[in-house]
Design a protein. Structure first.
Length: 508
């Protein structure tokens, strides 16, 4: 039974979301880790400042899925940076609508690659035959081709033959199966039986090695009130996300539905959870929000009404449902702080946008060079564009500054943020920040009782201004903070027309 989410329903259900996560007991030992403000874990107080969600900027089309074995239903992208090579995996599918009828074609999984993460090419792999020819980039046919999601296993003792792994499968196929590969192109099953069987799985289900926790984590589709009958999952309630852990990628345990800090119950399609590579103790996800809006004047005003009406003739939600990308973060893998505002909204109205299937963010944000000569590297994210009609669709690249998901933001009149007590290792405090020409930022180090530490007071710190992903904070005596290492300290930032994205205590 399909359930339609309404604004009233969201307000009612939001009253029953989980309570806030418990505050840490005692000083937080951050060592030399980079810490982001994508969640509120480190923050003790904000005054005349706020945490600000930032949005990726649209760039080029990274790849077009127009080959005969691809099509308008190409989806579920995963991007892996492997040294100097960017690997892209995606489903090729001719799913679409023609003349008010749903067209369902075969499904295959495809591979593309890039040396810069900006544009991708499709190598001729010669592995699988399609319509009498092996001149294609297909890496998988048959089992698992609905939602294959590879990852690079970073576990220290990972065998060479399973350097790449993946979970894939649907409830109708029996569940999620474990795959392995030595090179990311040639794949085989790790065992004949599925490794996870309780779930809906009709989404991009994924897994990865969490080095911080020392376990594999899986995230997969469930429903808030779903039940399993034999091998068939009967959905009910809302599309939701479930997780599990494993020591060996074969036996999974600790299954649990994700909980959220202060978010309504919503339909979430994908999850895209992974350790953030610059701060791997923080898990960041880009779930897709799915919402059925129905017909209205605004719906009819959206792009390509004729195509929308054709999709609605096949099924109302194909024409009047919308999707967009969200942002969420967790430190334990189960409880997440999810931003209720869209991270990647549909954007300006134009052809092949504002539709069901738009803005599905690919799994993993990766580091790429900036188009601005001399500028710092940035994050590239990728999202789907144009589905349901024609011979294919595409994947657009978006960019964001490194660590730039969320900042602590203060206006020109000024504001401040104070951290909880921290213990650190290192001799310098590095910040990722940006100000206007007239703005600035100053830093004060305090003891656990909130008393300024001599030599590190606000008066000792000259105002820092600029736009840098790695600036060492200096006081009158210089940047050295090593004599405070291991002691509980609070960090007070006073900002004026400025954004603070991350901090890190590090060596010289």
């Amino acid at each position: 039974m399909r359930s339609t989410l309404t604004f009233v329903t969201v307000l009612i259900l939001s009253r029953f979301t989980p309570l806030q996560a418990a505050e840490p007991d005692g000083p937080i030992d951050i060592g030399s880790r980079r810490e982001l403000f994508v969640d509120g874990y480190l923050i003790e107080s904000l005054r005349d400042a706020r945490r600000q969600l930032h949005h990726p900027a649209p760039q080029n089309v990274a790849i077009v899925h127009d080959a005969p074995w691809e099509g308008a239903g190409s989806a579920y992208h995963s991007v892996i940076r492997d040294g100097d090579l960017y690997r892209l995996y995606y489903r090729g599918s001719a799913l679409g609508v023609e003349n008010g009828r749903l067209k369902v074609g075969g499904q295959v999984y495809c591979y593309a690659e890039s040396r810069d993460g900006i544009t991708f090419t499709k190598p001729e792999l010669g592995l699988h035959e399609y319509h009498g020819s092996k001149q294609n980039n297909i890496i998988l046919t048959g089992l698992g081709t609905h939602n294959f999601a590879p990852f690079l296993d970073t576990r220290a003792d990972c065998p060479a033959e399973s350097r790449y792994k993946a979970l894939a499968g649907t409830a109708e196929e029996g569940g999620l199966f474990a795959f392995q590969s030595a090179d990311g192109v040639h794949w085989s099953l790790m065992q004949q039986n599925p490794v996870l069987t309780e779930g809906a799985f009709d989404s991009q289900n994924l897994a990865f090695w969490d080095a911080t926790a020392g376990v594999y984590r899986a995230y997969f589709r469930t429903f808030t009130e779903g039940v399993t009958t034999g091998k068939v999952w009967k959905p009910g309630g809302y599309r939701a996300i479930r997780t599990a852990t494993s020591r060996d990628f074969r036996r999974w345990e600790n299954e649990a539905d994700l909980t959220y800090e202060d978010s309504p119950v919503e339909h979430l399609y994908t999850n895209q959870v992974a350790p953030y590579f610059r701060a791997p103790h923080v898990l960041i996800g880009f779930p897709t929000r799915y919402i059925e809006r129905g017909w209205s004047d605004s719906m009819r005003a959206l792009p390509e009404l004729e195509f929308r009406e054709q999709r609605a003739a096949a099924h109302l939600r194909y024409g009047t449902a919308l999707t967009e990308g969200l942002l969420m973060a967790s430190r334990n893998g189960v409880h997440f702080e999810r931003w209720n505002e869209a991270f990647l909204p549909p954007g300006p109205e134009r052809p092949e946008t504002w539709l069901y299937g738009h803005q599905y963010i690919a799994w993993h944000a990766v580091e790429t060079k900036s188009a601005l000569p001399g500028a710092a590297n940035e994050l590239s994210l990728y999202a789907s564009e144009g589905s349901w009609h024609g011979k294919g669709n595409s994947l657009r690249r978006y960019t964001l500054r490194l660590d730039g998901f969320v900042s602590v933001r203060a206006p020109w009149k000024g504001g401040e943020v104070v951290t909880r007590p921290l213990r650190f290792e290192g001799s310098r405090l590095l910040i990722n920040f940006a100000t206007s020409a007239a703005g600035g930022l100053r830093v004060e180090l305090q003891d656990a009782d909130s008393k300024p530490i001599p030599g590190f007071t606000l008066a000792d710190c000259s105002e820092h201004f600029g736009d840098s992903i790695k600036r060492a904070v200096t006081w009158k005596h210089g940047p050295d903070v090593s004599r405070l290492a291991g002691q509980p300290v609070r960090v007070r930032f006073v900002l004026r027309d400025a954004d603070l994205y991350s901090l890190q205590f590090a060596g010289s």
